[in-house]
Design a protein around this ligand. Structure first.
Ligand code: TA6
Length: 283
């Protein structure tokens, strides 16, 4: 289908991108991965997402940065040996289809669907849709529908990499309760106050955090609203970035992952559907 006026298509290294430019914002989406790469509201012209300068933009690897779609499992939580199946599932490494687009009062509405939703590790019948609205805010809804005759359990995440001027001057507001610390053998710990990032951070917060504010230099920069989640993941590799081949060693200084997620196992009965939604609100 041909996209609406606010969308133009671009091709590079075998990948197709949607370039969105409306009266409220610009954005960029890769059909490889159904992957939002950029969101720049016209109110302040400031990029809200971060993409590694060394990201693979040729389909060889998942794109490092933007909003990777993790589904039907999070990280290596697929029930098999680590590495037996792709980390974060198999949607972020396949080509998605543009199913529909509309220019509306709110902004540009885009509907994307993956090429397949059954693969090794997840043999169930379902539909997956990523609904985007690019306007004064960026709304991303990952909708899973059980179209089969048996229930299934899954997890998913909108693994958003947010841009910050400097991680040392960044603070998160709105996250409370306990988290599982991946760096300490999944020990349960209380969320810190103030919530600053002072080293490698890899946490699954176990409460359905609804609103997180990313503050830079003590002033709110981006709000991250979450719906349909049972957890929130916070990640910064810190000096570990040096061992991530598609990340520059100092990239950690300019990004923070705040991921609206289902990580505790969501069961969908036949005919049931569930939406995981993240809204990026410039402040
Ligand atoms: O979201 C946190 C996390 O699970 C980290 O443990 C780290 O692995 C990160 O995701 C990036 O994963 P990726 O497979 O994209 O390198």
């Amino acid at each position: 289908m041909s996209p609406v006026n606010s969308i133009s298509l671009s091709e590079s290294n075998g990948l197709t991108f949607l370039e969105i430019d409306n009266n409220k914002a610009t954005a960029k989406v890769s059909l490889f991965g159904g992957h939002v790469l950029s969101f720049v509201p016209k109110l302040d012209g400031k990029e809200r997402l971060w993409v590694s300068p060394h990201a693979y933009l040729n389909g060889e690897r998942p794109i490092r940065g933007g909003v990777p779609v993790c589904w039907p499992w999070f990280s290596d939580d697929h029930g098999q040996e680590k590495g037996a199946l792709p980390a974060h599932g198999f949607l972020r490494t396949q080509v998605w289809k543009l199913v529909d687009s509309q220019d509306t009062e709110e902004g540009t509405s885009i509907t994307l669907r993956p090429s397949f939703t059954r693969a090794q590790g997840f043999e169930y019948d379902c539909n997956v849709t990523l609904q985007l609205i690019i306007g004064d805010t960026l709304t991303m809804s990952l909708i899973t529908e059980n179209t089969g005759t048996v229930p299934f359990k899954y997890n998913c995440a909108l693994h958003s990499y947010f841009h910050v001027d400097h991680i040392n001057h960044t603070e998160l507001q709105g996250i409370d309760g306990d988290y599982k610390d991946k760096l300490a053998d999944w020990q349960i710990k209380p969320s810190p106050t103030p919530y600053t990032i002072t080293g490698e951070t890899d946490r699954i917060h176990l409460s359905a955090v609804k609103n997180t504010t990313i503050e830079v230099e003590k002033s709110a920069f981006t709000d991250v609203k979450s719906e349909g989640n049972d957890s929130l993941v916070v990640w910064n590799p810190w000096l570990g970035a040096a061992s991530i081949s598609d990340m520059d060693p100092f990239g950690y200084k300019h990004m923070i992952c705040v991921e609206t997620s289902l990580t505790q196992g969501k069961t969908l009965e036949p005919g049931e559907s569930h939406a995981l939604t993240q809204v990026v609100v410039p402040r």
